[in-house]
Design a protein around this ligand. Structure first.
Ligand SMILES: Cc1ncc(COP(=O)(O)O)c(C=O)c1O
Length: 390
């Protein structure tokens, strides 16, 4: 596993490289796409070998042995996160965006409100609105340069229409790994306001050395009757295109309702998604993830150091993920201006902050799940694009 080896994805049909111009506006041949959340790494050999074996066998018919797959999900949760689950609690969807949409449709009504702590993964808002629900922003505060929950404000922002709270744990876009106390306070808030809690833990494995992710079900087992847990191998092993997500629901009543919804839609997993996830959830996969997390932390350090040299830019310290969140408010520039410099001068395709909700307007999200040389290149280009500030 050499994460430094360049993986040339251009022309392979991946959205990040081949549609960067459409989604981020970068046009130069030498553009660096640092936007949508997948990495420029191939998954570990155990995963690719599995895909190869399936392809060579040529049997793409209906398949069996889902219990082996669910056992591997349980093994991974137990070994990586200390969460003991019954494999029968697991359900499979077409990824977690799909799982969130199903949850909204199953457990709320059009016109209900869905709350989340902003800024946060922009699709929480998109899914909420596309499903005819109202988004309720609960803005995060900043303390010591990091996002924290701002409990003095949230009760007053609730209207009574809220039925569901969605959290990103760890947090996209800023990489916070919520502590046990923070998770406890979120759980208590859900009880107080009678909310169903979706704990979207898609980034659970991408935790940098020195930090520990705690699954919500482990931190607060007393709220299982209002908790829908979600995770996936997609971010961890760079398998987003397989469209395979794990929904783990310990409570039988909630699980039955969710299972009914996916049955009604005839959502059933695909062969490659199941078998490749199963291969990833293995000791070999675990060793690869350990090395990956150390590498990502190295990328974060390079980015942090480089950004610190540009007055007015502030880099939120990363505890997890490969998503770097940079605040440009100190430049005094309007979002249009700093975004144009990053896009047209540095030729870097990023994700704009405004769609992440209240508090994101002055930020851009940079995906540093790529080779170190590309991160160094990005930093150098940013330093040039903003050199008049130095
Ligand atoms: C917090 C979070 N949830 C869900 C998703 C999307 O998951 P999927 O590709 O499985 O739909 C992402 C992708 O970036 C994410 O960051």
């Amino acid at each position: 596993m050499n994460f430094d080896t360049l993986f040339h994805r251009k022309g392979l049909g991946g959205k990040k490289w081949d549609e960067a111009h459409i989604h981020t506006g970068v046009t130069a041949e030498r553009s660096l796409p640092m936007w949508v959340a997948d990495m420029d790494f191939q998954p570990p050999a155990c995963v690719i070998d599995t895909a190869r074996r399936i392809t060579e066998a040529g049997d793409f018919g209906y398949f069996c042995r889902m219990e082996d797959f669910y056992a591997s999900v349980a093994w991974w949760q137990e070994n990586r996160h200390g969460w003991t689950i019954d494999p029968r609690w697991c359900l499979t969807t077409f990824g977690l965006g799909n799982a969130i949409a199903i949850t909204l449709q199953t457990f709320s009504q059009p016109g209900d409100a869905v709350a989340f702590f902003t800024p946060v993964y922009h699709e929480f808002q998109m899914k909420t609105e596309r499903n005819g629900r109202t988004a309720r922003h609960l803005p995060l505060a900043k303390e010591g340069g990091k996002y924290v929950l701002d409990w003095d404000r949230y009760d007053a922002l609730m209207t009574g229409a809220e039925k569901i709270l969605i959290i990103s744990s760890p947090h996209n876009p800023a990489g916070r790994v919520w502590t046990r106390d923070e998770l406890r306070s979120i759980a208590d808030f859900c009880v107080k306001h009678d909310l169903l809690l979706i704990s979207d833990e898609i980034h659970n494995d991408l935790v940098h050395p020195g930090h520990t992710h705690i699954p919500m079900a482990v931190a607060c087992p007393d709220i299982l009757d209002r908790l829908i847990m979600m995770n996936s191998a997609s971010k961890t092993f760079n398998l987003a295109g397989l469209r395979t997500g794990n929904v783990i629901i310990p409570d039988e009543t909630l699980r039955r309702r969710f299972a009914h919804a996916i049955g009604a839609l005839d959502i059933s997993p695909n062969l490659y998604g199941v078998r490749m996830t199963q291969a990833a959830y293995s000791p070999e996969g675990a060793a690869w993830v350990d090395a990956l997390c150390a590498y990502l932390a190295g990328n974060a350090a390079v980015m942090a150091e480089g950004i610190a040299q540009i007055p007015g830019l502030s880099f939120m310290p990363m505890e997890s993920t490969y998503l770097a969140w940079i605040d440009f408010s100190g430049t005094g520039m309007a979002p249009g201006e700093f975004t144009a410099r990053v896009r047209d001068d540095a030729h870097i395709g990023t994700s704009p902050g405004a769609p992440f909700g209240t508090g994101g307007e002055t930020c851009l999200r940079f995906n540093i799940g790529t080779q170190r040389s590309r991160v160094i290149e990005a930093v150098e280009r940013l330093q040039v694009a903003f050199r008049d500030l130095q």
